[in-house]
Design a binder for this molecule. Structure first.
Ligand code: NDP
Length: 325
């Protein structure tokens, strides 16, 4: 038996139940794992509260991220005792996920837990941290450099934002952190932000082209915030867009792209090939240190996951929630 959250949608409506389930219920897969830590991402919070169309097959065990130890494997790359980390691949959406003591997964989805991190630290990063690293890699690929100006990070106190601030500061960027939680200025400065601005300055409709302020942007918010970020990006700059915390819409014009050569780099973490995942985790291993993770992560037990999901969606959570399984 293993304990897991199970979400279901029936004629009686939506239900989320934490209970013990028999091992025989685990889905098909070539690697069976013990999950030691998982985490609550924005997507997990939507799934646990049925607030967004995240789950595409019922019943579903949520949890898009996990880390732990291999128990059994018929996959050539994985042996019992190996340490693994997993982000995305539709786990927790179309395949049973990691808010569970046990999971059965496709060995091709797993990557080795970097030596730099414990399972808990990997989940303190989770998809949020790995996505922040993908954004940073997109900025690097574009050739943007700290000497060209400041980098803006929106939703800075959130999971992706916090890690993006820390990574970019470590790489020598002057990081301007945009947040709705101005009381968290000390936290953002401790992560490496050089300046903290009120997110309200970016969230209303603005002109198609505005004063050039950013050499690069990591945007987790979308909507007018993303439109204004593009309108304020310097000639030739890059905007890595990964989130929609402020809305899915994108009310902009082509002006920043055709008059300033701004590049909009879309970031999807779910279907990234293995090589990009390894590069992103290497970036995290190279630049993130454990004391920083202790600042951004808070542990919760598995049975608190649904209550914490509500708080996360209400915007009350700073940094990352790690779920101890
Ligand atoms: P969090 O909930 O941890 O952080 C989101 C942050 O956005 C909040 O902390 C808040 O920061 C800000 N925010 C929240 N609501 C609003 C609002 N209405 N208007 C403006 N800002 C708001 O989420 P994550 O960091 O985990 O994820 C951020 C976004 O990125 C989400 O939309 C998520 O779905 C997306 N994402 C996408 C991925 C991909 O593959 N493309 C992967 C992972 C995440 P503050 O108070 O500092 O302003």
């Amino acid at each position: 038996m293993f304990t897991a959250w199970k979400l279901n949608q029936t004629d009686q409506g939506f239900s989320a139940t934490l209970a013990a389930w028999p091992d025989e219920e685990l889905p098909a897969g070539d690697v069976t794992v013990a999950v030691e830590y998982s985490t609550l991402n924005y997507k997990d919070a939507l799934a646990l509260t049925n607030r967004g169309p995240v789950v595409r097959r019922w019943p579903m065990v949520p949890g898009i991220d996990g880390a732990g130890t291999v128990l059994e494997s018929t996959h050539a790359d994985w042996q019992p005792g190996d340490r693994w980390v997993l982000n995305g691949w539709g786990v927790g959406e179309t395949h049973w996920g990691c808010l569970s003591q046990r999971a059965r997964l496709n060995g091709d989805w797993l990557i080795r837990l970097p030596k730099a991190f414990t399972a808990r630290q990997a989940m303190a990063l989770g998809t949020a941290g790995y996505t922040a690293a993908l954004c940073v890699l997109a900025i690097e690929r574009h050739g943007a450099l700290p000497a060209q100006g400041s980098v803006l990070v929106t939703g800075a106190s959130g999971g992706v934002g916090s890690v993006a601030v820390a990574l970019l500061a470590k790489m020598g960027w002057k990081v301007v952190a945009s947040t709705g939680k101005l009381q968290e200025e000390a936290y953002l400065r401790a992560l490496g932000a050089a300046e903290v601005i009120d997110r309200n300055t970016l969230s209303s409709p603005g002109k198609p082209l505005q004063k050039e302020r950013w050499a690069a942007v990591v945007d987790t918010v979308g909507s007018h915030t993303l439109a204004n970020a593009c309108a304020q990006t310097r000639w030739g700059g890059v905007v890595a867009a990964c989130g929609l915390a402020g809305g899915m819409d994108f009310p902009t014009t082509v002006a920043p792209f055709i008059l300033r050569g701004v590049t909009l780099a879309g970031i999807d973490s779910v279907m990234q090939p293995q090589s990009a995942r390894c590069k992103a985790w290497q970036k995290l291993a190279d630049l993130i240190d454990a004391p920083m993770l202790d600042q951004i992560a808070h542990d919760i037990p598995l049975d608190q996951a649904q209550a914490a999901a509500q708080e996360l969606l209400d915007g009350k959570v700073r940094g990352r929630l790690v779920v101890k399984i």
